[in-house]
Design a protein around this ligand. Structure first.
Ligand SMILES: *[C@@H]1O[C@H](CO)[C@@H](O)[C@H](O)[C@H]1NC(C)=O
Ligand SMILES: *[C@@H]1O[C@H](CO)[C@@H](O)[C@H](O)[C@H]1NC(C)=O
Length: 280
């Protein structure tokens, strides 16, 4: 995959050259407005430097992400910064001060259509570093979600299982969607809707949209569950049920017959005794 080629290329280039690295596995991504996008990132700080006489250890004291600024230098505003706690809560730093610099952007807005870069700063400027390549986020505004079914067939049989996936042209993580059936919202919020052992009531028109952006509502996906077509499991169940019923009827009739016979026999016996006693 081209992305991995890029990643490894970058890794060798940076690791060989400077000993401190910032790696973005994906240097570009796209996100639908209102969605959440994660920018994976790892970094390796410089452990120490030589001041001519001795090795001076380095410690990372500040990490930040900035937007549209090649070196993330002040006074350019950063979207996330350990030095400033007043940043927009839409930007969440999932990383740490050691190796992980992953940034997550929630509720993506048009102004996130930009290049984001990570910068680390150590207790000595020798340890400062920005990866200028950055991650370019393209915010896709007009695009709609679409529904992908696990079955090619839109006419499904009763008892079958189908999964509907709410997807967009941009791939992203932690997708929160709203599912609708015939215009009514369902409780499911994940990107996949599992419909188990279908029955006629599952038939209908399904749509989905990003929870935070109803303009992304998909084209309707019409699902039709055919009542007539019995699947194997239902046939087996029906046969077993019929056999069971037949058995019950047979046993019942035998019991009824026996009971009748017993009653008749005992009555006959009584009558015989009565006649016999009358004769004596
Ligand atoms: C970085 O942290 C994020 C969030 O905790 C995690 O999902 C990701 O796997 C981590 N990356 C690495 C390379 O450890
Ligand atoms: C988003 O950024 C790209 C470059 O990355 C640019 O070509 C495009 O015009 C921008 N779109 C909007 C709506 O600003």
């Amino acid at each position: 995959m081209a992305v991995w080629d890029k990643l490894w290329g970058l890794l060798f280039l940076l690791a060989g050259a400077v000993g401190q690295t910032v790696i973005y596995p994906f240097t570009s991504t796209c996100a639908v407005r209102g969605s959440t996008v994660t920018l994976p990132c790892t970094f390796t700080p410089l452990k120490s430097f030589s001041d001519g006489q001795r090795e001076v250890p380095l410690k990372i004291v500040r990490v930040l992400w900035c937007q549209n600024n090649v070196f993330c230098l002040r006074p350019a505003p950063s979207v996330w910064d350990t030095d400033s706690k007043t940043s927009d809560p839409r930007y969440q730093y999932l990383g740490d001060m050691k190796t992980n610099c992953t940034l997550q952007i929630r509720d993506v807005q048009q102004r996130d259509n930009a290049t984001f870069r990570f910068r680390m700063e150590a207790d000595n400027p020798k340890g400062h570093f920005t990866n200028m390549i950055g991650v370019t986020v393209r915010v896709d505004d007009g695009s709609k979600m679409r529904i992908i079914s696990s079955s090619d067939d839109k006419k499904l049989s009763r008892g079958e299982t189908v999964t509907l996936l709410c997807a967009s042209v941009c791939t992203f993580h932690q997708l929160e969607v709203t599912w609708f059936k015939d215009g009514h919202a369902l409780s499911e919020t994940g990107p996949s809707l599992l419909l188990c052992s279908l029955n006629a009531e599952d038939s209908g028109s399904y749509t989905c949209a990003l929870k935070t952006n109803m303009e992304t509502v998909s084209e309707p996906y019409s699902l039709q569950v055919e009542a007539g077509n019995l699947d194997k499991l239902t046939v087996v169940r029906l046969v077993l049920f019929s056999a069971h019923m037949l058995l019950i009827v047979t046993v019942a009739s035998i019991i009824i017959k026996r009971t009748c016979c017993l009653q008749v026999r005992s009555r006959l016996a009584e009558e015989t005794r009565e006649t016999a006693s009358r004769r004596h």
